[in-house]
Design a protein around this ligand. Structure first.
Ligand SMILES: [Zn+2]
Length: 82
């Protein structure tokens, strides 16, 4: 991967490292690791979201409409980025 780029955890397309939203799938991206130079403790969790599942961050569902298996994979990726 080129410097200044990272992969969207949702669609795997390449986006700018500082991007807030993925230009490919339109989803909100997790904050870039180490962008502000401070260590952060952020934990993502899977929550029911209607008939599907969502990903919870700081009391807010940031990603909606996932299958459970996809939510589990994304949460593991996001938590590994902390
Ligand atoms: Zn994407």
């Amino acid at each position: 991967m080129k410097a200044g780029k990272r992969s969207c955890p949702l669609c795997r397309e390449e986006v700018l490292a500082t991007a807030t939203w993925c230009k490919h799938c339109g989803r909100k991206l997790p904050d870039p690791a180490g962008l502000n130079g401070r260590s952060r403790t952020v934990t993502y969790a899977i929550v029911p979201d209607g008939p599907m599942f969502g990903i919870l961050l700081n009391g807010e569902v940031m990603i909606h409409g996932l299958k459970l298996e996809n939510a589990q994979e994304i949460v593991s990726i996001l938590n590994s980025m902390n």
